[in-house]
Design a protein around this ligand. Structure first.
Ligand SMILES: N[C@@H](CCC(=O)N[C@@H](CS)C(=O)NCC(=O)O)C(=O)O
Length: 285
């Protein structure tokens, strides 16, 4: 698969890269950021492979927000983790309404495969992340596909939880910041799922972490951080709904409520180290 280099910068002894490629699932060019820790060069020479984490960002983000704001590289370098951060939606599809709101269309792919026209021709972020990006990264970087984790923020926290619960053998570790845990029950989810999937609520269940955890809890311990001063907490995020369903289903998890923290990347930067260590420990060996 072709991968065009947009930029490359030395960072904590490794390399922060940004790349572009043509995506089938998203019907056009997609960008992604990949951090290679310093261990990657030696690993490539020795034919060894490193664990990889996929980060999924939230509404309005591109591959850039996490890369420049979370400060994940220092600890990823220490732990020898490759970190991949894709864009959050297809771009430039010329679909009416695509760029009208921050919570639908561009920047708001919701990590699902749309079934409604015209969105279904491009808005296939679930297949993009779990198949196309997966294959591309495995082909182009020294990643150990048996040691993969997934994490994300807000809409990307929803993506991380649902993708882990649907593919626990591939994405073996999971964590989330301020995730949308029950999209079927909150306004962001109603708008996105209604628009991409239609009004048949049965079709929504496969992309709702609170529904999924009831039916198929995983064995991994899911780490969730949530700021208590997050403006979206009570209307859109509602982590208690997931916690209750997870408890009943026997899903191991740790939900940490962090006093004073809001929804921003300042919150993510404050706790990203814990998340990276959580994944590294789960993917060890
Ligand atoms: N634009 C929206 C909020 C969007 C928002 O908070 N996006 C979060 C993810 S849900 C984000 O990460 N924004 C980009 C950033 O902070 O760099 C609003 O003003 O209500």
């Amino acid at each position: 698969m072709e991968l065009e280099t947009v930029s490359k910068n030395r960072c904590f002894g490794g390399t922060q890269g940004v790349y572009r490629h043509d995506s089938k699932a998203c019907n056009g060019p997609m960008k992604l950021a990949v951090y290679l820790p310093p261990q990657a060069e030696q690993a490539e020479r020795d034919g060894r492979r490193l664990p990889v984490l996929t980060w999924l960002s939230g509404l309005t983000c591109t591959e850039e927000n996490f890369t420049v704001k979370a400060g994940a590289q220092r600890v990823a370098a220490e732990l020898g983790l490759i970190v991949v951060a894709p864009d959050t939606s297809p771009r430039g599809q010329n679909i009416p309404g695509e760029d009208e709101s921050y919570d639908f269309g561009s920047g708001a792919g919701f990590y699902l495969d749309a079934t409604r026209e015209p969105w279904s021709k491009a808005y296939n972020m679930y297949s993009y992340v779990t198949r196309e990006l997966q294959a591309l990264v495995a082909e182009r970087f020294p990643v150990d596909t048996a040691r993969q984790g997934i994490m994300g923020h807000s809409m990307g926290g929803h993506g991380a939880l649902t993708i882990h619960l649907k593919n626990p053998g591939t994405y073996r570790s999971c964590s989330a910041f301020s995730p949308i845990v029950a999209p079927s029950q909150v306004p962001w989810g109603h708008k996105a799922f209604g628009g991409y999937l239609g009004e048949d609520r049965a079709a929504w269940r496969q992309y709702d972490a609170t529904e999924l955890v009831r039916e198929r809890p995983s064995k991994a311990t899911i780490l969730i951080d949530q700021g208590e001063a997050d403006n979206f907490l009570s209307e859109q995020l509602r982590p208690e709904l997931f916690a209750e369903a997870a408890r009943r289903a026997g899903q191991p998890f740790e939900l940490r409520l962090q006093p004073g923290y809001d929804h921003s990347y300042f919150f993510i930067a404050s706790f990203i180290e814990d998340h990276l260590r959580h994944h590294a420990a789960a993917l060890k060996g």
